[in-house]
Design a protein around this ligand. Structure first.
Ligand SMILES: [Zn+2]
Length: 66
């Protein structure tokens, strides 16, 4: 149990497809490996990542808009 809890440190859950993934440490942005949506990441603690929101200019369907 402790091992699985520890292995989740630094992971976030994609708000688009709900896949769990681990951004690069202290990364400000990370793309979900499953659906490739890019997210803005914040780090309330050094080993705890949180998704702040989507990177809108990278969000699918927005590229065509100008
Ligand atoms: Zn995803």
């Amino acid at each position: 149990m402790k091992d699985s809890a520890r292995s989740r440190e630094g992971e976030v859950r994609c708000l688009n497809c709900f896949a769990r993934f681990r951004p690069a440490a202290r990364a400000e942005r990370a793309a979900c490996p499953a659906c490739h949506v890019e997210w803005r990441i914040s780090w309330p603690y050094p080993s705890t990542a949180k998704i702040r929101g989507p990177v809108w200019d990278k969000y699918p369907g927005r590229e065509a808009r100008t």
